[in-house]
Write a protein of this length. Structure first.
Length: 128
């Protein structure tokens, strides 16, 4: 059985992908917030305004999660960098476990965000 070798550079590559995705989400959320502002200015119905507030809250929660994920990635990169400075290019198990944990958090948030977007688009199609 062949053993897979994981290098620190492999993890940096995945970090770059995650950071790009998180940046895209941030940019997308700006657009969504703009739509919310337009709807708030256009509608006065209390039920509709309550739904808009719900989306504002969800977007804020997601923004906070993006920031948290970015911080986790940055902290993990520092740990990997310190390992590289020691001359260790192969990943140790504790760094690998942390990387897998970060990956799982990204994947979970990806699903949550995707569901939120679908829900928001359905909402927009009703009121725009």
């Amino acid at each position: 059985m062949k053993t897979a070798v994981i290098f620190n550079s492999d993890l940096y590559f995945e970090h770059k992908l995650w950071k790009r995705e998180l940046f895209f989400w941030e940019d997308e959320l700006k657009s969504f917030k703009k739509r919310l502002t337009e709807l708030i200015e256009r509608w006065e119905e209390k039920d509709l305004l309550a739904q808009l507030e719900h989306y504002q809250n969800q977007f804020l929660i997601h923004e906070n999660k993006i920031n948290e994920l970015q911080d986790d990635i940055d902290i993990h990169e520092i740990s990997i960098s310190e390992s590289s400075k020691k001359g260790t290019e192969l990943l140790n198990m504790s760094l690998l476990k942390k990387h897998i944990e970060c990956r799982n958090h990204i994947e979970t948030q990806r699903h949550i965000y995707s569901d939120l977007k679908k829900e928001f688009f359905r909402f927009l199609s009703k009121y725009l």
